[in-house]
Write a protein that binds this ligand. Structure first.
Ligand SMILES: C[S@@+](CC[C@H](N)C(=O)[O-])C[C@H]1O[C@@H](n2cnc3c(N)ncnc32)[C@H](O)[C@@H]1O
Length: 515
């Protein structure tokens, strides 16, 4: 064991001198299950392993489990960074590592103990996806299995890991190609996406007029690669709540840089967003730049004859409600100064899940309370509850989330094609209800964080075909107006943003005027 410890430290030093990380801290397992009583398990690897087990065993979300686990085990700095990269990277690239492990194991993956399989996935990521020394990755994986599963399983893990180290990533890709005839399957294995998602993304890129001619396959690869890269943290500075001086100081101090498209969007240079007082106070928040762009585009479309009644149909957890609310507050002040406010302004933010209603309330805490009406509702009933009431309505519909795969490492392996049909039906019902609740002349923004055609243009086209009171607006012009210049790679009339093209989640926006 002593030699393993030394080897392990060597491996870490190759990653940047974190040799003594985690020693003597609470949280390091010492022979879990009492089976390997003398083995000292690296706390970071144990934390990553526990995240994978939680994700597999209880449908937990890694980004919700990991922070609590790191805090509970007092892992910070490099230890926390290593555990995070190990857990998220392994979860993202799971399909790739499974394809490789299948070639290294004498048993089919489905007959391997799930705990052993997760440890092997972590080991494969250390060898093939991180710069951890091979001997360290092998011995730490074996120790993890011995401590968490059994000594017998540890020798199996040792045999598999030794096979994994016998080839480099390029050689494993060559071997994958030998075993697969389906091109989407192979691309999916290489770049760790299920084949049905590869096909769906290709279809969406093919229908997107922003995809340059002859570049479909190259764009697809760039998109899949972008899904595998951890995104930078983007903040929103809610208009009217953060003053210019505060932002200038944050830029001068190297804390943030302008994100580049939305005027409200700022990239965090590093560290925790909560370190910023404006974030703690709800004047700023963590929000993808694409989410900001689509909300600001809806808020910017010209609406005449009153603009005080806004609704956010699917509000939880409240990021877009907070941005729309801040814009509405500013607009209300401007109208009041001109004596042109016809009635009190309100943003009704509704959400079906009670606990997410609470999240919305937290998100909008910095806004004037009289401006926000946070409610629990089923958005499908909006049209009958409030016919023709609203000037602007956002439908940020529940969706597969295929546009935010880089943020939710496990999501791509959880979703199945069977999710699409019920979601598409719900999306159509929500959009229909939103149009019914909008007055003639008012505008609805239909948004998804999925680029899947079944959830985007197919929903919009099904609804617009079935009604005669809807005009499709040019959403590209609305986004360009927000950015202040033409954004490359947008074709219209809908907006489809892409991680590899725009550095945002793959958000979709359609703007519809009720006529
Ligand atoms: C994509 S999320 C919205 C994200 C939110 N707009 C934001 O920016 O923070 C979709 C939300 O719709 C909610 N939802 C699902 N079905 C709904 C329904 N029938 N009525 C209202 N909300 C619903 C989900 O619970 C989820 O919180």
């Amino acid at each position: 064991m002593a030699e393993r410890g030394a080897g392990e430290r060597g491996g870490r030093n190759e990653r940047g001198g974190a040799g003594e990380r985690g020693r003597g801290r609470p949280g390091g397992a010492r022979g879990g299950n009492g089976r390997g009583a003398t083995t000292r398990i690296d706390p970071s690897r144990q934390a990553a392993y526990d995240v994978l087990r939680a994700v597999a065993g209880s449908d937990a979300y890694a980004n919700l489990v990991l922070p609590g686990l790191l805090a509970e085990r007092e892992l910070s700095g490099r230890d926390a960074g290593f555990a995070t990269e190990l857990a998220y990277g392994t979860l993202r690239l799971r399909g790739r590592y499974d394809a490789i492990l299948a070639m290294c194991s004498s048993r089919g993956l489905t007959s391997i103990d799930p705990g052993v399989l997760d440890a092997l996935r972590l080991g494969a990521h250390q060898v093939l996806g991180m710069r951890v020394a091979q001997h360290a990755a092998v011995s730490e994986t074996v120790d993890l299995v011995r401590a968490n599963v059994s000594p017998g399983a540890a020798s199996f893990a040792n045999a598999v890991m030794r096979q994994v180290t016998r080839a480099d990533a390029a050689e494993w890709e060559r071997r994958m190609a030998e075993r697969t005839t389906d091109a989407d399957d192979l691309l999916g294995q290489r770049l760790a996406h299920p084949a049905w998602i590869v096909r769906a993304l290709r279809e969406s890129l093919a229908l997107d007029g922003g995809t340059p001619a002859g570049r479909l396959e190259a764009e697809l690869v760039a998109l899949l690669e972008a899904d595998n890269a951890a995104p930078a943290v983007t903040l929103v500075a809610r208009p009217g709540l953060v003053d210019e001086r505060e932002l200038t100081d944050a830029v001068e101090d190297g804390v943030v840089t302008p994100a580049g498209l939305a005027p409200t969007a700022w990239r965090l240079a590093g560290g925790s967003p909560d370190a910023l007082p404006a974030v703690r106070q709800g004047r700023m928040g963590v929000q993808d730049e694409g989410s900001q762009l689509v909300a600001l585009a809806l808020a910017g479309v010209t609406v005449t004859d009153g603009d005080s009644q806004w609704a956010d149909v699917c509000a939880g957890p409240g990021g877009k409600s907070a941005l729309l609310g801040a814009v509405l507050a500013q607009r209300t002040d401007e109208l009041a100064a001109l004596g042109a406010l016809d009635r009190p302004s309100v943003l009704v933010a509704g959400e079906v899940q009670p606990h997410r209603v609470g999240l919305v309330e937290r998100s909008v805490k910095a806004l004037p309370p009289e401006l926000l009406d946070v409610v629990q509702w089923d958005g499908r009933e909006l049209g009958t509850a409030h016919p023709g009431r609203f000037d602007r309505v956002l439908v940020d519909a529940p969706c597969t989330g295929l546009g935010a795969l880089r943020r939710r490492p496990e999501a791509r392996w959880r979703r199945t094609p069977a999710d699409l049909k019920p979601l598409a039906l719900l999306q159509r019902e929500l959009l229909d209800a939103a149009l019914d609740a909008t007055r003639p002349g008012g505008v609805v923004g239909y948004v998804t964080c999925s680029p899947h055609v079944a959830e985007t243009r197919a929903v919009v086209e099904a609804v617009t075909r079935s009604r005669e009171d809807v005009e499709v607006l040019d959403a590209v012009a609305a986004v360009n107006a927000v950015v202040g210049r033409p954004v490359e790679g947008l074709a219209g009339p809908y907006v489809q943003l892409w991680p590899h093209r725009h550095g945002t989640d793959a958000m979709f926006l359609a703007l519809l005027r009720r006529v």
